[in-house]
Ligand binder design. Structure first.
Ligand code: NCD
Length: 367
């Protein structure tokens, strides 16, 4: 049962719960009319502090197609965040108006903070360069449909593996399956973060190789997951300009790939895939985006408890508000400048894994 849960990491759901979600997605695609009134009387709030096309619109379309209503903002300048309101207070308010909330925010760990203060299910629609679990649901559903399995796969991830949150979430999710080999295709400067490498190393069924050469790597993979270079996350525009054309997948490179390989991309595509590749039957990124709406319908339905009825909201949790001095002298800090705990200094430091890792963003804590 997913009713009332949050989705902050893709692994917040068990493998079995994911399979249930994908079976529900299959049924929604086959019989959409059956679900057209499933969320009548329910409200989805969308809080987008960062740009989005697919994620926000597919969530809104999903809720509309379930018969529910949508409220929210797509431009933080039009919300009270522009006046300096904290994420905690914003979600407390949203909790009083809506039944389920979706948040996208540039700070790493922002969705986790929202979930800690929310009385309604919170869905992470991207927290900075950290995680993007609903894109992963879309990616997994596409893999399940196109490859028919989640085991015995060689997955090439290409492009900006450092800032690409969809890459981090996909690896995190795939580490639970058997015999997965990741080929990490990136320039040295855009390698996956250490915490992601640690996850692969800790997963008994998984292994990885670093291979910066796309021409070579494309020959081995069952799935090629392309990503754009994330311009907005670079500290230096010069460095972005130097790296932006690191990889361009074109028809010539596709000639070296297997007949049954598939190309995925979370979108938007900037210039890392040429138009000619769109015509190749192995290019699956448009159908992948289409699946995104159906998977999100299944997700909303599952978190709201389907047609069984879910208790209406009655106010937000207030416990963090009582934290008068959230960081007593001597408290260790997260060293990631993009971590939500370094942007909102009223948040207490939270740690996991014996105090070594920041609970908000997964970075190593500085002693
Ligand atoms: C991705 C994102 O926002 O992280 N887009 C999406 O949600 N489909 C990928 C990207 O922006 O490059």
């Amino acid at each position: 049962m997913l009713t009332g849960k949050n989705l902050i990491y893709p692994t917040d759901f068990t493998v079995e719960q994911l399979e249930d979600l994908f079976r529900l997605t299959d049924d929604i695609i086959a019989r959409p009319e059956k679900y057209a009134r499933s969320c009548v009387g329910k409200i989805l709030a969308t809080m987008f502090f960062e740009p989005s096309t697919r994620t926000r619109l597919s969530f809104e379309a999903a809720m509309e197609r379930l018969g529910g209503k949508v409220l929210g903002f797509a431009d933080p300048a039009s919300s009270s965040a522009a006046k300096g309101e904290s994420i905690a207070d914003t979600i407390r308010m949203i909790s009083c108006y809506a039944d389920i909330a979706v948040i996208r925010h540039p700070a790493e760990g922002a969705a986790h903070v929202a979930a800690l203060h929310s009385f309604i299910p919170v869905i992470n629609a991207g927290d900075g360069g950290h995680q993007h679990p609903t894109q992963t649901l879309t990616d997994l559903y596409t893999i399940r449909t196109k490859k028919g399995r989640f085991h015995d796969l060689t997955i090439g991830l290409c492009g900006d593996l450092k800032y690409g949150r969809t890459v981090h979430s996909l690896i995190h999710a795939m580490c639970r399956y058997e015999n997965i080999h990741f080929v990490l295709i990136s320039p040295e400067e855009l390698k996956v973060p250490d915490y992601v490498i640690r996850e692969i190393e800790a997963a008994p069924g998984c292994s990885y190789t670093l291979n910066p050469d796309l021409d070579d790597a494309i020959r081995q993979v069952d799935i090629l997951y392309m990503t754009r270079i994330q311009r907005e996350r670079f500290a230096s525009q010069e460095e972005y300009l130097r790296l932006k054309d690191s990889y361009i997948l074109d028809a010539q490179k596709m000639q070296n790939a297997r007949e049954d390989m598939i190309v995925l991309h979370p979108m938007p595509i900037v210039n890392e895939i040429t138009g000619a590749v769109d015509e190749d039957p192995r290019a699956c990124y448009f159908v992948q985006a289409q699946y995104g709406m159906y998977v999100r319908m299944a997700l909303i339905l599952s978190l709201l408890g389907g047609q069984e009825g879910y208790p209406t909201v009655c106010g937000a949790k207030m416990f963090e508000k009582t934290c008068v001095n959230p960081r007593p002298n001597g408290t260790v800090h997260c060293k990631n400048p993009k971590c939500v705990s370094n942007l909102d200094l009223t948040l207490p430091i939270r740690v996991k894994e014996g105090g070594r890792v920041c609970e908000y963003c997964d970075a190593t804590i500085e002693p």
